[in-house]
Design a protein around this ligand. Structure first.
Ligand code: PLP
Length: 404
């Protein structure tokens, strides 16, 4: 197997920035941030500093920030926590939840789990063929409870789709929902690297963030839960983070998360501009291959600069994945966060797309050489797969130059 030569899978995870690793290393030996002794207090200051860093980047107050183990836990806390609090207010009666058919499993699965237990009435908004969700379609489903039906306790719409990179009009949705006083949760995991994320500007009540999607370490994230939003904890214990997320603070990971968010925000505009050039070059190169069509919104404003998703006609997705792997290219057919499988993507199905899906995603380390390498490999691989030829030997194209 060739050494990994081109990382086109930043949507799955990004390499951590060196400055972030330094902070992680420095605080990995921290004391318990809840202890009263000096060592504990020093650790606590690192946690509170990170909280302020994160709040500054996410347009919220430090008291709104709850550190989690990542995006999945943040999504679960928002979905289950808000539902449980709303049900408690209604004497245990079920409530209504609106989300979309293209959410990440971290939102869809807790919502389905709650629905299967009879705790919520769940409605999923279908996306357009470009993966975007219409604000009007969401608003058409919300209920105020005046007609006797279960009232809407939560709307959850992702900021940007992890597979297609489609960007939703969250600010428009947030301002409309706040008129109805219905809480809005936004899975903003894919946004942080290239888009501004703001609880306040979006008029949102909850956000989910994951550090490893924006130059931070894996295993840490943030649930922004606006103070005043009624939320039940999903885990009970020592009562850390407003009692919403018990457990010893992971000081090193939290400090690194704060640093990663600050770096991501500081470099966001420059990274975005660079990735727009790279993704355009990638998209143009891929579109020139027979039977390859770009998915997602045609309006570049509605697309993440980091994502190029294509559907490829007449090839087997599994063979495509194997061929790319054999050529030293990390890419994702479907969502790498779930199975990494070449087919069966609920997003592709919901958008009514056909062919073999391929997501190529860029990030802060991406280079022109990587982009050109993947185009060159696919120019050879796609026709070869269509003819039923072998997928090995593509690594003979040689190593890609430049940085990872
Ligand atoms: N939400 C979205 C949109 C994602 O893309 C991912 C991971 O890819 C997650 C949630 C889960 O985040 P984590 O890996 O931090 O649990």
């Amino acid at each position: 197997m060739p050494a990994m030569q081109a990382d086109l899978d930043h949507a799955a995870t990004t390499p951590p920035r060196p400055e972030v690793l330094e902070v992680l290393e420095r605080w990995m030996r921290a004391g318990n941030a809840s202890a009263r002794h000096l060592v504990g207090q020093s650790a606590r200051r690192a946690v509170e500093h990170a909280r302020e860093q994160v709040a500054g980047v996410l347009g919220c107050g430090p008291h709104d920030v709850v550190f989690t183990s990542g995006g999945t836990e943040a999504d679960n806390l928002a979905v289950k926590g808000v539902v449980w609090a709303a049900r408690a207010e209604r004497g245990g009666a079920p409530v209504h939840v609106v989300t979309t058919a293209v959410e990440h499993a971290a939102v869809l699965e807790p919502a389905r789990w709650l629905a299967a237990r009879g705790e919520i009435e769940l409605e999923l908004v279908a996306p357009g063929p470009d993966g975007c969700v219409s604000v009007d379609d969401v608003l058409a489903l919300v209920r105020d409870g005046s007609d006797g039906r279960a009232p809407t306790a939560l709307v959850s719409v992702m900021g940007a789709n992890n597979e297609l990179g489609s960007v939703n009009d969250i600010a428009g949705l947030g301002s409309a929902l706040s008129e109805h006083a219905i809480p809005l949760h936004v899975d903003a995991v894919q946004c942080v690297a290239t888009l501004e994320v703001s609880l306040e500007a979006w008029s949102a009540d909850a956000l989910a963030i994951s550090a490893h999607k924006a130059g931070g370490p894996q295993g840490v994230g943030v649930a922004v839960l606006r103070r005043g939003l009624a939320v039940e904890p999903t885990a009970h214990g020592g009562g850390q983070d407003r009692g919403l997320r018990s457990g010893t603070f992971a000081v090193g990971l939290i400090a690194a998360c704060g640093e990663a968010m600050v770096r991501a925000a500081a470099e966001r505009a420059a990274v975005r501009d660079r990735l727009l050039v790279l993704s355009e070059r990638l998209a143009v190169g891929l579109a020139a291959i027979d039977g390859v069509e770009r998915s997602g919104p045609s309006d570049p404003e509605r697309r993440l600069a980091s994502h190029v998703h294509v559907m490829i006609d007449g090839v087997d997705g599994e063979a495509l994945a194997l061929g790319l792997d054999a050529a030293g290219i990390a890419a994702s057919a479907g969502s790498a966060c779930s199975s990494g499988a070449a087919s069966g993507s609920h997003v592709v199905t919901a958008c009514g797309l056909s062919g073999a899906p391929l997501r190529l995603s860029l990030g802060w380390t991406s280079s022109m050489a990587e982009v050109d390498h993947v185009v060159e490999v696919l120019e050879g691989l796609v026709p070869r797969l269509r003819e039923g030829g072998p997928v090995v030997g593509l690594d003979r194209l040689g190593p890609v130059g430049g940085g990872r």
